[in-house]
Design a protein around this ligand. Structure first.
Ligand SMILES: [Zn+2]
Ligand SMILES: [Zn+2]
Length: 50
C-alpha cells in the first residue's frame, strides 16, 4: 500500500509504505519491499511493536 506522509523511522516526507506488522508508515528506504514490512520489523522478526 502506498500513501503520502512522514516516515516514522527517519522523519522524511514523501511517498510512504504502510507496515502491516507495526502499522507505521515508512519511506521506501526504510521499507523492506521483499518482505513487505518496514526495516524496523525486518530486524525484529516475530516481535510486534504497538
Ligand atoms: Zn524513512
Ligand atoms: Zn513495521
Amino acid at each position: 500500500m502506498e500513501l503520502v506522509g512522514i516516515c516514522s523511522v527517519c522523519g522524511k516526507a514523501g511517498k510512504m509504505h504502510s507496515c502491516p506488522l507495526c502499522g507505521s508508515i515508512v519511506c521506501k528506504s526504510c521499507y523492506d519491499v521483499s518482505k513487505g514490512i518496514c526495516k524496523r520489523c525486518a530486524r525484529n522478526p516475530g516481535k510486534m511493536i504497538k
